[in-house]
Structures are given as structure tokens and as C-alpha cells.
Design a protein around this ligand. Sequence first.
Ligand SMILES: C[S@@+](CC[C@H](N)C(=O)[O-])C[C@H]1O[C@@H](n2cnc3c(N)ncnc32)[C@H](O)[C@@H]1O
Length: 456
Amino acid sequence: MIEPRPGRPRRRRTFRPSHDTRLAHGPPIQVRAPSSRRAYSVQQTGPRRGAGVRDRRTVNAQRVVVGGNRYVPRVPALRTAELFSGIGGFRLAADAAGAETVWANDSSRDACLVYADRFGSTALVEGDLRDHKNGVASHDLLTAGFPCQPFSSAGKKRGVRDPRGTLFAELAEIIAEHRPKFFVLENVKRLLSMEQGAHFATILDAFTALDYAVEWRLLNACDFGLPQNRQRIFLAGIRRDLSDGIPRLLSKADLATLSPESRASLDGRLIWTPLSSHRSRFPAWGLASGHAFVAENPRIFSDRVAPSPLRDVLLSDVDPVFDFTASTIDRIAESVSINSMRQGVEVLSNQDGGARMGYTVYGTAGLAPTLTCTASRHYERYRIGEQYRRLTHVEYARIQGFRDDHCGAVPYGRQYVLYGNAVPPPMADWVLRSVLALSDDAIDHANADETLQLAT
Ligand SMILES: C[S@@+](CC[C@H](N)C(=O)[O-])C[C@H]1O[C@@H](n2cnc3c(N)ncnc32)[C@H](O)[C@@H]1O
């Protein structure tokens, strides 16, 4: 494991694109961890997974007692900046963790209308991040569901791995400038595989060059009790002077199922793989530091909360405005019956029997397919009871883990894109808890503030 360097003076670093880093041109780097550290042999002292691991780390909040339960007081809270804030999926998780959001930014008018309606406009800055990056408030935690913009589009002349001019570069510059203790990022699954992993390697390399340990994990919304097959990659950065090298996105039970090689790497007995030598899709979990990484596909997700079927969150008596058009119904009459479960999604029929062909009609016994920002009657078709219709905006909210009226500040037709783009709050919540090492009973609970008493 890469040894953290406590007491090291804080350095300001400027983000440099990968052609300046060792990923592109430097010699391969061998990283060896000190053999004294046993990442996966930590005693678990609490009832919840990983609680022992996490409790002995740094949640610098005093424990307080409210009616016999323990809470973390809101003050002093982690100051949080939420980039690409959308409708505040990360904001809900940060609020639940007792963090104080001091700066949020998004360029979408509708997203900002919703955000201001739900959380107030004090911290919110509407506009292009590139125009506001100099105004980002000082923060300890940065969260961002950053747009997945291929580096190649901005850097054609400079090679496909050059992130200059992209929103990722802006994000990395803000992290280099503010050096938050933690950052949590979310993106689409294909980030792991784009350009045979080169894109993701560049991202990891950029953050490790800024002296962060970066852990990632591919998670699915359906493992957080939500009726949706939605895989998203989360990256958690911990500033190296704070990092103990223990994975936070794997429970103790998950860790125990890693291969002997990965465990030996975490334990410091094996050399990590240089990022510069990786040439393929990255596995679903990994940890990178010092331009090298260890990674594999975990076999379990022990914190899994089983989802309810889609039918359990659907409304009855839905307005006919959500029904298929007559021409769609005619086309469906020519469809081929499928009637099978694909990745947990019930597929009833489609046009020529393929898995992803046009005019697919979904059932409600399983999960919803990934909700997207292109929702319309032309793409999302469900048979719900006797009705053929698309999902309503309220059903979108539920499937994504928001309250029914979260986007009530904008007309219903404009809510789909906002929900489709959002990070599901239950996923963000799990990741933030894990990264901040908060155990269940340390999470802020509604209305607890007035009655806080210091524990003795
Ligand atoms: C994947 S979504 C993030 C959604 C958010 N995590 C949520 O829970 O709603 C990306 C967001 O980035 C915003 N965005 C795209 N380009 C931007 C830019 N140049 N400056 C600021 N925001 C931008 C979009 O409007 C969108 O809301």
C-alpha cells in the first residue's frame, strides 16, 4: 500500500494534461507498499459492515446523544462543493451526512430552478462552469456527476488521450486549486472501457498526479433497493495525507472475496500495475495511487438492498396523455413476442426479436431499463395492466430514488431529462457514507438539531 504521508506540508499543484505526466511518456513506475499494513485484516467492532474500519478513521465530529442515539452535529460540517449539480442527487446525500453545501453549479436553467426550489439559491451559481471556476468556494468535499465528454473531441490534434479543454480538465484544475480532503465523482459505465481503458487511465493518472488515492467501483441502482438497471461508476478520491490505503468502497466481506493477488497488492507484498501499461477495459473495482493501481471484479456486494419490482412503484389511474399514440400501437401489433428477463428487465416484445431493437415493450415484473434523458413516448414503452404507456414523471422520480415532487418547480414534460441525468440519491448516499467513514448511527437524522446534547 502506498504509505500516507502525515504531516507533509500541503502543496498546491496545477493539473497538467496527461502528455506531461508519466502515464504518457514517463518510465513505468513500480509501487511497493509497506508490508506492515494489512488492509483486509482490520477488526470489525461494530454491527454494520466496515464500521470498525471506518470508526477508527477520521470523522472529526463529536458524538452527541439524542434520546439515547448517537448523532453527528451539523457544525462543524464538511464544506461541500457540488459541481454539475443538476437537481441535487449528491446534495441530498451530503445533507444526510451533515455536510454543508457552500457552492453548487450547473448550466441548465431547469436544473437550477429545481435545485433552488429544493435547497435554496444561496450556494447555487447558474452558468457554465468555465465561466465560474474562479469563484468556487473553499471546500473539504467535492462532488460531481461530470458530463462524459470524450477527450478526443476536444483534443483531436493532440491525441485522443489529451483532456485539455474538456470539462474533466476544469474539474481537475478545481481539485488542484482547492485540494479538498475528499472528492466523489459519478459517471457512466462505459468510462471504464472507452478507448480500451485509455480514457479512464488518463483520469486516474491525473488524480494520482495531484496526490490523491483514487478508488472506484461500478454500482447498480438495483442493488440499492431501486427498481432500475442502472450501472454507474463512482470514483472516490482521498487526499494522500489523509489516506490510510484501506479500500472504502468494499466492505470487509467484499474484501475477503478478492483474489490472493489483489489482497497481496493491498497488503504490500505485490507490486501494483503501472497505469501506463494498462491497455484494456478496467475492472469494476480498483484503487490507484502513485501512477499505479490494483483492480478486479468483486464477486459480491454485501450491502445490497434487494429492489422491489417496477410494478410496486407505479401509479394507478394514469392520465391518457401518457398513452402510446395510435401509430405506435399499430407498429406494436407487428412485434415479435419475447417474454423474457434481460438483466432483470422484463422484455415483452420488440420489432424483430433482438435484445435492443426498436419498439421494445417492457413489462413491470422486473426492473426498469436505465432511465435516460431522452425519455419520450417514442422510446419508453411499457405495458402496465391493460394500458400501453410511457412512465410518468412521478414514476421517474420514484425509480431514481427521489421524492415524488422533487422536480415540481418545472412542468412535467421537462422533468424527465432532469431525473434521467441525476445520480440516484441512495447510491450517492452509500458512497458518501463509505468515503466519509460514517456508520449508520453517525448520520444526521431529520429534526435532531434542536435537541442535541453533548455526550459525556
Ligand atoms: C450527469 S448530469 C449531473 C446530474 C446531477 N448529479 C444530479 O444529481 O442531478 C451533468 C450535469 O452537468 C451540467 N453541465 C453540462 N455542461 C456544463 C457546464 N459546462 N457547466 C456547468 N454545468 C454543466 C448539465 O446541465 C447536467 O445537469
